[in-house]
Ligand binder design. Structure first.
Ligand SMILES: Nc1ncnc2c1ncn2[C@@H]1O[C@H](COP(=O)(O)OP(=O)(O)OP(=O)(O)O)[C@@H](O)[C@H]1O
Ligand SMILES: [Mg+2]
Length: 342
């Protein structure tokens, strides 16, 4: 549905976007994930028509999008700070865009009512934004964005202003809403868990470039670049060279992993903390427990391994009995070690 091809944008010395190409499908919940300053907002602004690329093309349903003025695009952008009109009621805020389109009063009333119902704010239609909680304001901004029924809804960090609990609720809401209205969503976030839980597919950005586009599970289990392996989930990364059994790690010997790289290729072995078992009798690495943190559902155990500057992180289900100072072995199956070319 949306085809972005070779889009680049520079601001002076800064390359905000470098040759970005993406295909986004009809009805998809697509996430742009990356650290601050990697070009996410710039790409949304280009799609919405508030910014032009230096080069590249964008088509929507096969038609050129970049040649159309912002207000003529079937695209809506919900800003990073969702500026509501403070002097207008919730219903007025939502109706604003439709009034500017000169729709009839009856049509506007029915569409606003329908959308407020969808986001669960029917009872608050007459309130002003300052009489709402953060999560409720968020819903108003969403209602305002979907009431115009865009083909494409762009959301820039839609949940970043919310606290953890409301945020988790709104993530579910957002998913349900997207399903219900059937609009294609492109959401920007720098929170990898949020991207994972929301999106059908994720594009990981690094310094203006797309590093990998994949489904969440695939991205997590099969990162293709060192950046993705480091950014998506706190992985343990072991540098070395690819070999038949996995990777010959610098200073640590052969560590198990599945490799399709030619022997001797410089590579990182990525092993997720939850894939490592603490093994009293054996294991491929031996070390000493440096720290144990209990998080409720999981515990994190940091293990210092001779020959490696940073500790190896292990996540266990629930509470663990190991204590700092204990000698432990670390084990994982070859299928849980992912080789990433360096
Ligand atoms: N109008 C502008 N003038 C100059 N530099 C800009 C402009 N807009 C963006 N940039 C620069 O381009 C880069 C990408 O910015 P962008 O806002 O797209 O990042 P982002 O990924 O959205 O970051 P964040 O997660 O912090 O919102 C940054 O280095 C930024 O400083
Ligand atoms: Mg941004």
């Amino acid at each position: 549905m949306l085809q972005i091809t070779g889009v680049s944008r520079r601001f002076g010395d800064v390359t905000a976007l470098a040759d970005v190409s993406l295909e986004i499908r009809q009805g998809e919940f697509f996430a742009l994930l990356g650290p601050s300053g990697c070009g996410k907002t710039t790409l949304l602004r280009i799609l919405a028509g508030f910014e032009s690329p230096d080069s590249g093309t964008v088509t929507l349903d096969g038609d050129d999008l970049l040649g159309r003025a912002a207000h003529r695009r079937p695209v809506n952008l919900m800003f990073q700070s969702y500026a509501l009109f403070p002097h207008m009621t919730v219903a007025k805020n939502v109706a604003y865009g439709l009034e500017r389109e000169k729709l009839s009063k009856a049509e506007i009333r029915s569409r606003v009512g329908e959308v407020l119902e969808k986001v669960g704010l029917s009872a608050m239609a007459g309130r002003r934004p300052q009489q709402l909680s953060g999560g409720q304001r968020q819903r108003v901004a969403l209602a305002r964005a979907i009431v115009k029924r865009p083909r494409l809804l762009l959301l820039d960090e839609p949940l970043s202003a919310l606290d953890k609990k409301v945020r988790a609720e709104m993530q579910l809401e957002l998913k349900r809403l997207q399903h219900e209205v059937g609009i294609t969503f492109v959401v920007v976030t720098h929170d990898q868990e949020e991207a994972m839980s929301l999106a059908d597919r994720i594009a990981v950005f690094n310094a203006g470039r797309v590093e990998q586009v994949d489904e969440p599970v695939r991205l997590y289990e099969r990162p293709r670049t060192p950046f993705v392996a480091g950014f998506v989930g706190a992985g343990n990364l072991f540098p070395g060279r690819a070999c038949a059994a996995g990777v010959a790690a610098d200073g640590l010997g052969v560590l198990p992993g599945v490799s399709d790289l030619p022997d001797g290729t410089p590579a990182l072995l990525a092993v997720r903390p939850e894939r490592i078992r603490l093994d009293d009798g054996g294991g491929v690495l031996k070390g000493e427990v440096a720290d144990v943190s209990f998080y409720g559902g999981v515990s994190h155990v940091a293990v210092t391994v001779p020959g490696r500057p940073e500790p190896v992180l292990v996540a266990t289900q629930g509470a663990t009995r190991v204590r700092p100072g204990a000698q432990v072995g670390l084990a994982w199956t070859p299928g849980d070690g992912v080789l990433v070319p360096q």
